[in-house]
Design a binder for this molecule. Structure first.
Ligand SMILES: [Zn+2]
Length: 93
């Protein structure tokens, strides 16, 4: 059983990793325990998630097509199992 984090500051430090899913399970549990007791932190998480989603979309929209395709080519080459979206020219979005 993990101890809840005592300070909101500790919580905030872990949030980035928590949202990325890279936080170790026991730390994530402690964070969730704190969140369940601390409404301001819940609000913060919601805002943080929304902001990150917005940034990602904005970034994806503004990324030049050449950069996007060379990034995809790089990933396809270096990441086993990575599939290029729209591979085969069937893009419908
Ligand atoms: Zn808090």
């Amino acid at each position: 059983m993990a101890n809840p984090l005592e300070h909101c500051a500790d919580c905030v430090e872990l949030l980035g990793e928590y949202i990325d899913g890279s936080l170790p399970p026991e730390r994530a549990e402690a964070l969730e325990a704190h969140l369940s007791l601390c409404p301001p932190c819940i609000t913060f998480v919601r805002t943080y998630k929304a902001t990150r989603a917005l940034c990602r979309h904005k970034l994806a929209r503004e990324m030049p097509a050449e950069l996007k395709s060379s990034l995809q080519a790089f990933l396809a080459k270096n990441v086993p199992g990575y599939r290029t979206p729209g591979d085969g020219g069937g893009e419908k979005n």
